[in-house]
Design a protein around this ligand. Structure first.
Ligand SMILES: *Cc1c(COP(=O)(O)O)cnc(C)c1O
Length: 508
């Protein structure tokens, strides 16, 4: 069996004070590195003479009562933060099979494009005649996303998938209202991502839960049972969060449409479909995309996102305003949109993410996008098949871009999914998404993406096999993991309830 890569301890550079034993493997706080009066580099005084911070900013913005504020040299600061950054698990450093999040490789060229002066330095209030290049990029990205999803119109306005959901729901509400209807219910499958019901509630809808069948998808008959003229829409993630393509999606769309309801497709899982199948062809009326997942732009840790909403023609008037419009003078923002739901955020989305997504789409082209989806599906099914003896899949249906696996270690050895996830950290692997979807007991949702080499997948498989066998032979090893990291287990509930965000100097 292949063995997982050794974890190298990161060289420490703690403050060495004579006489004080430094603990190995411990990163000092920046406050502990402080020496009174130590300073970083400063600019040479200008001809006009040096002005203090208070002179430049005004005394009201300058505090002089920050006791214990750390004082360090510039290299100390750089090393401190670089060292902290090295403690993170990162997609650029480790295999990161975090299901539903699509943590794929982000090509560096995308960052270079987003950093071009004309894009990065443009002011959000620049007059249209000075922003034509940015407008053109947005228009082309809208067109590309419309083509990929098979929809008629796109708004790049929402800042993330969840905000895209809210936007789509508000658009559907406005559409029904315009027709004089007051539908107040939305059907959501029991496998849905938590943001789906949250967005519904925020948009003022009541949620009805559709049960998925034993094979992990929604029967059209279940939708027929739930639908009525009170139902505004059904939200379906396709492929769903068990990683299974909804085989009855076209029939479901027809049942909804026959009752005047709409089909919303959560497009967070488009990494299985791009270039291969279009939500528009499946009967979807609205679909949001998570550009920061499918189209490679970096995300995680609450970083910027982009959740464009794509709609069919009848829903276009209700999209957020302003909308891009081509005139004789070039592109302008059209504010005259009487049926629009208005703005959901300031300005026009996280523009750098739009540039990255457009660069990604151009680099791959239509065939390349399809190839990416197919490779992502192949990688997920490879892992599923190789692990099936120890970690069987939650559904007998073929997996799409991710597979949801289960195990019997809880009953056999008292080892939980959380403990398996923690043990993976010892092998330099970011854990998959766990305990989601909620309908699968002890779920591990593994999404390898198309960007990993076969050797990386083989190593992951070998590590998972080893952890399974360890759990049977020596469960304590797994139950007490991780053993190689600086921090072992933190009290997650306490950390969320009582976060300590500010350093307090110890009373001497
Ligand atoms: C990630 C995800 C969302 C939410 O998207 P954010 O960009 O994180 O707001 C919604 N649905 C599914 C299925 C997802 O995977």
């Amino acid at each position: 069996m292949a063995t997982a890569g050794k974890i190298k301890p990161i060289a420490m550079n703690s403050k060495t004070e004579p006489g004080k034993a430094t603990q190995p493997n411990r990163v000092p706080l920046i406050f502990e590195l402080s020496s009174e009066g130590r300073r970083g580099a400063d600019m040479a005084p200008r001809k006009a003479g040096r002005r203090s911070g208070a002179e430049i900013l005004g005394p009201q913005l300058c505090r002089d009562d920050l006791k214990g504020f750390p004082e360090l040299s510039e290299p100390q600061v750089v090393r401190h933060f670089l060292r902290l950054a090295q403690l993170n698990f990162a997609q650029a450093l480790q295999f990161y099979p975090l299901g539903s999040c699509t943590m794929k490789y982000n090509p560096v060229v995308n960052d270079e494009m987003a950093a071009l002066d004309g894009f990065a330095a443009i002011h959000p209030l620049a007059p249209p005649h000075l922003a034509q290049g940015a407008f053109e990029l947005m228009a082309r990205l809208e067109a590309a996303l419309a083509e990929i999803t098979g929809m008629d119109a796109v708004s790049l306005h929402p800042a993330a998938g969840a905000q895209g959901e809210l936007t789509g729901l508000l658009v559907m509400r406005a559409y029904h209202r315009k027709r004089g209807e007051t539908r107040h219910k939305v059907i959501i499958p029991d496998t849905a991502h938590g943001t789906n019901p949250a967005s519904c509630t925020l948009a003022g809808f009541e949620v009805m839960v559709a049960r998925s069948n034993a094979r992990g998808f929604i029967d059209a008959a279940e939708v027929k049972r739930l639908v009525s003229t009170d139902v505004a829409a059904m939200m379906v993630t396709n492929p769903n969060t068990i990683g299974v393509f909804e085989p009855e999606i076209c029939e479901i769309a027809k049942i909804l449409h026959d009752q005047g309801a709409l089909l919303y497709m959560d497009g967070a899982n488009m990494n299985a479909l791009m270039g291969v199948a279009k939500p528009g062809h499946m009967g979807a009326d609205v679909v949001q995309l998570n550009l920061h997942k499918t189209f490679s732009t970096p995300h995680g840790g609450g970083g910027p996102g982009a959740g464009p909403v794509c709609v069919k023609r009848e829903l276009e008037p209700f999209l957020p305003a302003p909308r891009l419009k081509k005139t004789e003078r070039g592109w302008v923002f059209d504010e005259d949109r009487p049926d629009s739901i208005g703005r959901l955020r300031s300005f026009h989305g996280n523009f750098g993410m739009l540039v990255r997504a457009y660069a990604y789409i151009l680099a791959l082209g239509g065939d390349g996008l399809a190839q990416a989806s197919r490779t992502a599906i192949l990688a997920a099914n490879y892992i599923r098949k190789r692990l099936e003896d120890r970690f069987p899949c939650a559904s007998p249906e073929p997996s799409m871009h991710e597979c949801v696996l289960q195990h019997d270690l809880e009953s056999r050895a008292g080892v939980s999914t959380l403990e398996i996830a923690k043990r993976l950290l010892d092998f330099g692997i970011h854990p998959p998404t766990i305990y989601f979807p909620l309908v699968v007991k002890g779920a591990m949702m593994i999404e390898p993406t198309e960007t990993e080499a076969k050797e990386v997948l083989d190593n992951f498989i070998a590590v998972m096999e080893r952890i399974y066998d360890e759990a049977i032979d020596d469960p304590e090893v797994v139950k007490n993991a991780p053993h190689t990291l600086r921090l072992s287990r933190v009290d997650e509930a306490e950390a969320a309830r009582r976060p300590i965000l500010r350093w307090q100097p110890k009373a001497e």
